[in-house]
Write a protein that binds this ligand. Structure first.
Ligand code: A3P
Length: 322
């Protein structure tokens, strides 16, 4: 790598020992960096992104806090933007997991150690990120930059339960599962990947109010309730609205069906549960229940109340509600 990259690697090595650490939910530690808890992976990816990523005006970024519906939103955005390129009966989403179609930005940069992979993608690039809005480079968030973000949030109680299940899948088989109470305590303190969860949501919420043409803010629960309306909203936001002909061909409904939990979780590619040491996650780990309100099956009324109380405090005066 050239001198520019060497400089970023050196900054990473210098900054890491100065950051307050905390225990992660699976093997790795999390580090407190500019108000957020990041793994070394996300931290290094974020620093490389800052120093080297060149956004394009046509970039579309799916932004989420983990477990809020990244997989679903990736599928929806991909199928909306590419609806003229593929036949619904033989669609890439039947053969590939959405993460192979909408690339994980900081992940791809981290793995390459450079931006060469993302630089090589044709426009319009569909990318995704878990990074908080405030940790993205100005070149992406400035009003002068035209790249657009579609963000999805979800009830923190469901996010927590989804995360807890996911963490236990990711934890090494040599470790006992992380207890619900331990994970709950960490989540409430804001200590979770890319957390505090509420700050992540509020960063994008504020950006969507300030720059509605740049950031579209969605809720998992709304997409569940009225998926067709959400698909139309995303298409309008991305300036590819559905034409009357497309509406009469029920293209919106086709997309909703294609991306539904039932359809996607039943694709062979997403049933694949193989893991390897390089990639401890398998496609099937991204599909669990896909429901609203599953928290009732896991959280005691006291825990739910405690989490709701934190949420209420965090959201006070922001004009935002889950
Ligand atoms: P649950 O664990 O509550 O089932 P992410 O993709 O951000 O990692 O989020 C994963 C969550 O989204 C999981 O929630 C998963 O089941 C759910 N999910 C995945 N695909 C979905 C889809 N097509 N529709 C609705 N929910 C989906």
């Amino acid at each position: 790598p050239d001198e520019g990259y060497q400089k970023t690697y050196r900054s990473f090595d210098e900054v890491l020992p100065t950051l307050p650490p905390s225990k992660g939910w699976w093997l790795d530690q999390l580090f407190h960096y500019h108000g957020f808890w990041l793994s070394t992976f996300a931290l290094r990816g974020s620093m490389l992104l800052h120093d080297h990523f060149k956004p394009r005006p046509t970039d579309i970024i799916v932004a989420t806090s983990p477990k809020c519906g990244t997989t679903w939103l990736r599928a929806l955005v991909f199928s909306i933007v590419n609806r003229h390129s593929f036949d619904f009966s033989d669609h890439p989403l039947s053969k590939m997991n959405p993460q192979e179609l909408v690339f994980f930005l900081e992940g791809a940069i981290y793995i390459d150690g450079s931006t060469s992979f993302v630089d090589g993608l044709p426009s319009p690039r569909l990318l995704s990120t878990h990074l908080p809005y405030s940790l993205l480079p100005k070149s992406m968030t400035d009003d002068a930059s035209d790249c657009r973000f579609v963000y999805i949030c979800r009830d923190p109680k469901d996010v927590f339960i989804s995360k807890w299940h996911f963490a236990n899948k990711l934890r090494s088989k040599h470790l006992p599962p992380i207890a619900l109470e331990e994970a709950f305590d960490s989540f409430c303190k804001g200590v979770s990947h890319y957390g505090p969860f509420w700050d992540h949501v509020l960063g994008y919420w504020k950006a969507s109010l300030e720059s509605p043409k740049k950031v579209l803010f969605l809720k998992y629960e709304d997409v569940k309730k009225q998926p067709s309306d959400c698909v139309r909203k995303v298409a309008e936001f991305l300036e590819v609205p559905f034409s009357p002909e497309e509406e009469s061909k029920e293209m919106v409904e086709e997309i909703v069906k294609l991306c539904s939990f039932e359809n996607m979780s039943n694709q062979e590619v997403n049933k694949n549960a193989t893991r390897n040491s390089g990639r401890p996650i398998s496609n099937s780990d991204f599909f669990r229940k896909g429901e609203v309100g599953d928290w009732v099956n896991h959280l005691s009324p006291q825990m739910a109340e405690a989490l709701d109380h934190i949420t209420e405090q965090k959201l006070q005066g922001t004009g935002f509600n889950f």
